[in-house]
Design a protein around this ligand. Structure first.
Ligand SMILES: *Cc1c(COP(=O)(O)O)cnc(C)c1O
Ligand SMILES: [Zn+2]
Length: 434
């Protein structure tokens, strides 16, 4: 993502002192720590570093906070006291994503040589538009409301476009979203069906993102909330809810190891932030955990940097079936490297063939049909277990971020009917199925 500051784009943004985003107290620069008022800005005016939401952390008894969360709604708003949203967020028109299943994957564990009861799949295909993107869009929507935007927009590798279209439809916003023109049909249909405008850009995701940064600075983009550009600090916070849910669903325990896909790297960095917050709040025991990042070989800038011991990420031109992860110049790449190194984890990549195998493995063992991003994540988990990098005796969570129905092409060539028979028993027997 191009790093640039952007002038506030509408009137209500000038009165940010009165913006109510619950416990969010401002924005702070991840590089130099400079503080800013809440507003639709995403880069530091001092050093151009990325901004993130700063909070008045709820103080007091962890037991009281835990009770409050547990008695909340079965969606991400149970964590509203820890998110940049107004206290009455659950009453507003919103898709209310989250509280997806944490599946104990014993069949998969057996195949991978992991101890029974220790392997889990956090299945975010169960969200309203079938990817984890509903979590982040829900936060950006509240920020858009608070700043007086009327159009929701984004640059997307596919899933985000659908999540924005659906959220805008529910909340009564106009939407206009941008995608690379050559995405999977499932993603295109899913993004278009909610009735907003969907624009294909002749180029890859990095071109789409660059275009959106230009549009923000232009009068044509005035009044537009780009969920992952000028609303990015708020958007990003939505991924913390994955960390909160995983720990709560494990009985308020941290997992030992967690495997997360990397596109821009935002989700991985915010899952780590969420885990750190739970430790600081006293909601989980403070103990070490390891974070592992997953990429496709055909778009592996972070994995390559990790293995080479580099701190900077060299951009790549993506070429992989894992299109939802195909960001060649990931904005959060350096932070991902920091986190995976600091926690003792790793970043690894797998081939397109291994992605397809992993999609089928998860379907065959646990009845979960994941998209290519999930195939990437599980493929990397398998590779790291086999290499002895992931410890099979410890609690491991693999994050499944999307739904296989959106990427049918990935498995269609190698799946199909066992046989076609006439509707009688002889024919059934002849086919060797009796
Ligand atoms: C967007 C996306 C991701 C990861 O996104 P980040 O940019 O790294 O936060 C992972 N899986 C799927 C299916 C996605 O759509
Ligand atoms: Zn700064």
């Amino acid at each position: 993502m191009a790093v640039q500051t952007v002038a506030t784009t509408n009137e209500s943004a000038d009165s940010t002192g009165s913006v109510d985003l619950g416990p969010a107290s401002g924005l702070s620069c991840r590089e130099c720590g400079e503080r800013f008022d809440l507003g639709p800005i995403f880069a530091c005016e001092v050093c151009f570093g990325p901004l993130e939401v700063a909070y008045d952390v709820p103080s007091g008894d962890p037991e009281a906070l835990r009770k409050r969360i547990e008695s909340g709604p079965e969606n991400i708003w149970r964590y509203a006291p820890l998110l940049p949203v107004p206290a009455d967020v659950a009453d507003k028109p919103n898709l209310n994503p989250g509280w997806t299943k944490l599946v104990k994957a014993d069949n998969l564990a057996r195949e991978l040589g992991v101890e029974a009861g220790k392997l889990f799949v956090k299945d975010d295909s169960g969200n309203p538009t079938h990817s984890f993107k509903d979590r982040v869009v829900a936060q950006a929507l509240e920020a858009a409301r608070a700043f007086g935007f009327t159009t929701l927009s984004c640059s997307s590798t596919g899933n985000l476009a659908g999540a924005v279209g659906a959220a805008a439809a529910r909340a009564g916003f106009r939407s206009c979203v941008f995608i690379p023109h050559d995405l999977e049909q499932g993603k295109v249909v899913m993004a278009a069906v909610y009735g907003g405008e969907l624009v294909g850009i002749e180029g890859n995701y990095d071109d789409v993102n660059r275009f959106c940064s230009e549009l923000i600075g232009d009068p044509a983009g005035e009044g537009w909330g780009f969920v992952n550009v000028n609303l990015r600090p708020y958007y990003a916070e939505g991924s913390k809810t994955l960390a909160y849910e995983i720990c709560e669903q494990l009985g308020w325990r941290l997992p030992d190891q967690i495997v997360i896909p990397i596109a821009s790297g935002s989700q991985l960095t915010k899952i780590d932030k969420g885990l750190q917050e739970l430790i600081k709040l006293g909601l989980v025991e403070d103990k070490p955990y390891k974070i592992f990042g997953a990429q496709a070989e055909g778009c592996s800038p972070v994995s390559v940097a990790f293995k080479a011991g580099h701190d900077v990420v060299r951009p790549q031109k993506p070429d992989t079936i894992a299109k939802s992860l195909a960001i060649g110049n990931p904005a959060d790449g350096p932070y991902v490297l920091d986190i995976c190194r600091r926690t003792g984890g790793a970043v690894e990549d797998v081939t397109d063939g291994q992605i397809v195998d992993a999609i089928k493995l998860l379907a065959r063992t646990e009845g979960i049909f994941t998209e290519t991003a999930g195939g990437t994540t599980l493929g990397v988990a398998k590779k790291l277990i086999e290499a002895g990098v992931i410890d099979p005796s410890l609690t491991t969570v693999v994050v499944n971020t999307g739904d296989g129905l959106k990427t049918l092409d990935a498995v269609a060539p190698t799946t199909g009917m066992t046989a076609v028979i006439r509707p009688n028993l002889d024919s059934f027997r002849e086919a060797g199925l009796a």
